[in-house]
Write a protein of this length. Structure first.
Length: 101
């Protein structure tokens, strides 16, 4: 299973945003980091996942799909740390704070 960071600037109060969110949820375990940024683990190939999301965006929107394999460094909400832990064994390195688990 590959893990990706998905970044898109579709306004959160639009139907298109909801469709992107639904497409992500159907594609594998995911969690929202911020409005327009998600983490997803999926068995889909990068092109297939990108196309599933792209059909809901317009030409002026921004959409990036970034693969990550390394253990992330950081801290944040419990749900994000939990997603990182359950999608692949990682060594979460906490920097400058508590890890909020």
């Amino acid at each position: 299973m590959e893990r990706y960071i998905v970044v898109c600037d579709i306004p959160a109060d639009t139907e298109r945003f909801e469709k992107v969110n639904a497409a992500l949820e159907k594609s594998g375990p995911c969690t929202a980091v911020t409005d327009g940024t998600w983490l997803i683990a999926t068995s889909l190939g990068p092109r297939e996942l990108f196309l599933r999301l792209r059909i809901h965006s317009l030409a002026q929107d921004t959409l990036y799909l970034l693969n990550f394999k390394d253990a992330p460094e950081g801290f944040g909400p419990h749900r994000i740390n939990q997603w990182l832990d359950t999608t692949e064994p990682t060594r979460l390195h906490v920097v400058g704070g508590t890890d909020h688990r």
